[in-house]
Design a protein around this ligand. Sequence first.
Ligand SMILES: *Cc1c(COP(=O)(O)O)cnc(C)c1O
Length: 457
Amino acid sequence: MSENKIPYKIYLEESEMPKAWYNVRADMKNKPAPLLNPGTHQPMTAEELEGVFCADLVAQELDNENAYIEIPQEIRDFYKMYRPSPLVRAYCLEEKLQTPAKIYYKFEGNNTSGSHKLNSAIAQAYYAKKQGLKGVTTETGAGQWGTALSMACSYFDLDCKVYMVKVSYEQKPFRREVMKVYGASVTPSPSMETEIGKKINAEHPGTTGSLGCAISEAVEVAVKNPGYRYVLGSVLNQVLLHQSVIGLETKAALDKYGIKADMIIGCAGGGSNLGGLISPFMGEKLRGEADYEIIAVEPASCPSFTRGVYAYDFCDTGMVCPLAKMYTLGCDFIPSANHAGGLRYHGMSPVLSQLYDDGLMKAVSVEQTKVFEAAEQFARVEGILPAPESSHAIRVAIDEALKCKETGEEKTIVFGLTGTGYFDMVAYEKFHNGEMTDYIPTDEELAKYRAKLPKMD
Ligand SMILES: *Cc1c(COP(=O)(O)O)cnc(C)c1O
């Protein structure tokens, strides 16, 4: 089919939408390392995990064997409200850059939560409901995950308790109110409602909180309240599994027009959108059927892949969660206060960590002023106001397209556009006022956090 026959937006028919999630672990020779009990350092058993997480989700978390896991009909029906998400050929951006590269992006911002997080939120809420639970607890930083989960819980009539990092709670009142529209309770973290919250408030008076601290609070509340479980929006194997719907749709859309991607780019916070986008492509790569260059993009101020270590670490500040083997900066690491662009988690998905360690994907870090420059360049030609997180991927897609301009290569570049930036206008404002700076942690700072990694024997 000739090039100009490819539409601006490639949609799939309902009948072409994925009926099963793809579990990339099934094709990995080196499986991701198991979660460990923080006390005994033994692999967490299903029984132990079921005290914190929903039973069906624990089964998915531990499943390294089954390549395909059926998407329950109820979830597929919900997906139909906002999926398939479009795969867009960035003709206008290509034209603006005068690049021979062909650029595509998969846009996940077409739902009220404004990001890909709804793909996993609806799955997690479904399994909680199926188990007969009353509700779920979670943390949220910037607010996208909390919003997505609130939407999913209201759909299945579940109670939703969100612990929101205090600084975001105060600075992002609109996100907080969106969650309340969907009936969630939103508590600023650290709160005085939990033991860990009281402890952190006593040790750090006036603290504005962190993601790691909010996770500890949400877990404590789930464990102490009968009929509640804790859910997490990134990092975990099960979340990557649910997000594989992004990659499966992308692959189906490309295949429909006989397009072969050369390069796949995504931003990486905890790794869920990138893991989901690349899963089916990585599967082909692992099985030796095709090759792709895969690039994770992270902020220079929170560089888990590029400057972290591959080690067991706590997932939360309170050290109540299981230990995960991942690329990490240390569980006390918090990016500098001037960091506006999201992607601030100290660790990285164990699945992606293993793939990266095995040399199957690359990672680069970018500075936030460069990220916002790319965001505006993109917004002005493609018409979508991107989330700062997503704009990390835009930055590298543009850089790669400009390299093609020099070499004359006609690479096909696919990147994940994870969401919209309507609630991030304070960050855009800082950028416009020239108040945005780039802070890159020093080696000494990183060494200080690394020294606190748990000692494993
Ligand atoms: C949460 C979020 C991310 C980062 O999370 P991952 O788990 O790394 O995908 C990226 N983009 C948007 C819009 C988000 O809301």
